[in-house]
Design a protein around this ligand. Structure first.
Ligand code: GDP
Ligand code: MN
Length: 361
């Protein structure tokens, strides 16, 4: 017996025709990957997956960034894989390397302590450069100057379903600034003093850039227990550790380039926490957009199915999974969905969960 929801083959064909139609006006946007030469295979896997599920219809540009020059092999293979133009940028050392003012002794001590404590990437210097770059410098790279939107892609990720829409178009038409698919809890031992720095900034700002009536402060600090974690009961922090998983993000570059974001970043950067601790770009971006944006400017792309180890998401609706030709299993143990690891329920509780309708519905 077929389910009550009838599968509409014609609608699907109409949409395919529409998307494939010549003359589609692309948004001013690029797919963006920060990546190392040795990750070529994983980069190609991600590209193939995103091309097959989305970009082969649209041919958006691909932009690659690296702190060392890309190898000819890397450039050749990724260009062959792309359906749009490709371009490659070398990140200047002053945007990547550890700043001079970081105290070497304190830094080395932090690396040792965090390694002993078993902190993920606790003793990695390059990982810290990467997190600081992704927090404060990726959007300042010249190669991105002419774009409005970016879609971050990492090596070894997968998109399980055909995209039901052009997410860049949704961003512009619905005036969204930041889009995510997965939200979860950060490891507290990587950001011990981050919330202190944020609290100080909120006070310093005094309501100038941060509007508590329209932002998503409640998403970051909801004190009631939802899911598996009690609120953080450390010496100071009301932060519940929720963040958007930034290995997938679609964002408006003009926001990151704005004075209000740069001021926020510079305040955090001056604390040295990217090095003395191991602050990730995910909590930094997340806290910034949650504080500085109206909650309606953040979008949960619930039509996009995605995997970055160890988590994935997959649409719950069977019709949707067929319609979008998904290759994922909602019962998969790594499907974060609405499991206790997910912060999605807090996001809905924040009042920003109203699922938007698909373009053609
Ligand atoms: P994880 O997702 O937190 O485990 O970290 P990843 O190893 O996936 O790194 C995040 C992103 O930064 C990926 O796109 C990596 O390719 C990239 N990345 C990490 N470290 C470096 C680095 O030292 N140089 C370059 N060019 N890219 C890096
Ligand atoms: Mn990754």
């Amino acid at each position: 017996k077929l389910s009550s929801h009838t599968y509409d083959n014609n609608a699907l064909n109409r949409r395919r025709d529409k998307n494939a139609a010549r003359g589609y006006q692309r948004e001013n946007a690029t797919l963006l990957m920060l990546v190392r030469n040795m990750e070529l295979e994983g980069a190609l896997d991600s590209m193939k997956s995103l091309e097959d599920s989305f970009n082969r219809m649209y041919h958006y540009d691909w932009t690659f960034m690296n702190d060392v020059p890309f190898s000819p092999e890397f450039i050749e293979a990724t260009t062959a894989m792309a359906s749009g133009r490709t371009q490659y940028a070398l990140i200047p050392s002053e945007d990547w390397d550890r700043p001079q003012w970081i105290n070497e002794t304190r830094f080395e001590e932090a690396l040792n302590t965090m390694e002993e404590d078993g902190v993920l990437y606790g003793n990695s210097k390059s990982y810290r450069n990467m997190c600081r770059f992704n927090s404060g410098y990726f959007f300042r790279q010249k190669i991105l100057d002419d774009y409005d939107y970016y879609f971050r892609v990492e090596p070894d990720v997968r998109y399980f379903c055909d995209f039901p829409y052009d997410p860049f178009r949704i961003m512009r038409e619905q005036q969204k600034i930041y889009g995510f698919v997965i939200s979860l809890y950060e490891y507290e031992n990587t950001i011990e003093s981050l919330w202190d720095a944020v609290s100080e900034y909120i006070e310093k700002d005094g309501g100038h850039d941060i509007d508590m009536n329209s932002n998503s402060y409640n998403f970051l600090t909801d004190k009631s227990k939802i899911g598996m974690y009690e609120p953080v009961t450390g010496s100071h922090s009301d932060y519940n550790l929720c963040h958007f998983w930034s290995n997938f993000e679609i964002g408006d570059l003009n926001f990151f380039r704005s004075e209000k974001y740069i001021k926020f970043f510079e305040h955090l950067d001056a604390k040295g926490g990217f090095y003395y601790e191991r602050w990730g770009d995910a909590p930094v971006h997340s806290i910034a957009v949650a504080l500085l944006l109206n909650k309606d400017e953040i979008i949960h792309f619930d039509g996009i199915a995605y995997e970055h180890q160890p988590f994935n998401t997959c649409p719950i609706s069977t019709t949707l999974r067929m319609d979008q030709r998904c290759r994922c299993d909602i019962a998969d143990e790594h499907n974060i969905g609405i499991t206790p690891h997910s912060c999605l329920m807090r996001w809905w509780k924040n009042g920003s969960g109203k699922s938007f309708l698909r373009e053609d519905n």
